[in-house]
Ligand binder design. Structure first.
Ligand code: ZN
Length: 254
């Protein structure tokens, strides 16, 4: 055996020895979350969701505090990763309203969203109009998100801005508030990053919820607008928060 080949073999053997131990460490962290709630010792607990409270239908938070929630619909998709890169650089938390049928094969993006401090919401399974009701569309998406992350959302967004009493009732039965918005730059029409920027910063008020998109088409303009949006809002004294934070919805740990 040549020296080069022997080195390659040694490296491969080392990898097979090291990788399983990394998996064990991850599993230990996960099971640590199951520690007794009665225990007074500080245990790392796992975020498993949030708790719906207050009115079932919301388009903004309290106007008395300079907080704003950026939200992104229709993902996860090919642009979600680059968008997360930008948000991480800006240290800006956001809320992603996920389409259930998009989750398969991109579960890691949802786990990354939670790991990096973002919140996840439900946006139906097939991006369909559920104004009159669509319990299975909502429930199957809850299942897809839960299987991917262990996290159960407490916020729901109707596709097409089409909210209705029946759908609001069903979302609440599944433990979710229905969250629309008060600022819409219509980024999905791809007006260019300058237009996305000016439409957002001219319309944001204290407590605003901004709707944008991380999937459903090319999102380069939305991504390019983010650094200036975040900088301007912060200069005006706004704090960026997730929707559950904006609405003071308590996190659930397991
Ligand atoms: Zn949508």
């Amino acid at each position: 055996m040549s020296l080069r080949r022997a080195r390659r073999l040694a490296a491969a053997l080392l990898a097979t020895v090291l990788l399983p131990s990394a998996g064990v460490a991850e599993a230990q962290t996960a099971t640590a979350g199951a520690a007794s709630a009665a225990s007074t010792t500080v245990q790392p607990r796992r975020l498993i969701g949030c708790r719906a409270a207050g009115p079932s239908f919301r388009t903004s938070g309290w106007r008395g505090r300079r907080s704003v929630a950026l939200t992104f619909d229709d993902g996860p998709g090919p642009h979600t990763g680059p968008m997360l890169d930008v948000l991480r650089r800006l240290r800006a938390p956001a809320t992603f309203f996920v389409v259930g049928s998009q989750v398969r094969g991109r579960e890691w993006l949802l786990r990354r969203q939670l790991r990096e401090g973002h919140a996840i919401g439900n946006h139906t399974f097939g991006h369909v109009n559920v104004a009159g009701g669509g319990y299975s569309q909502m429930a199957s998406t809850q299942g897809a998100i839960r299987r991917a992350t262990g996290y159960t959302p407490c916020v729901f967004r109707f596709p097409y801005g089409s909210a209705g009493r029946g759908g609001i009732f069903q979302a609440r039965a599944l433990g979710m508030l229905s969250i629309q918005w008060d600022v819409d730059p219509r980024d999905w029409t791809r007006p260019g990053s300058g237009a996305v920027y000016s439409r957002v910063v001219s319309a944001v008020r204290p407590g605003s919820i901004v709707v944008m998109h991380d999937a459903g088409g090319n999102r380069a303009g939305t991504i390019a607008a983010l650094p200036a949006i975040v900088a301007t809002l912060r200069r005006r004294g706004y704090r960026l928060v997730t929707v559950p934070q904006l609405l003071l919805l308590a996190p659930r740990y397991g």
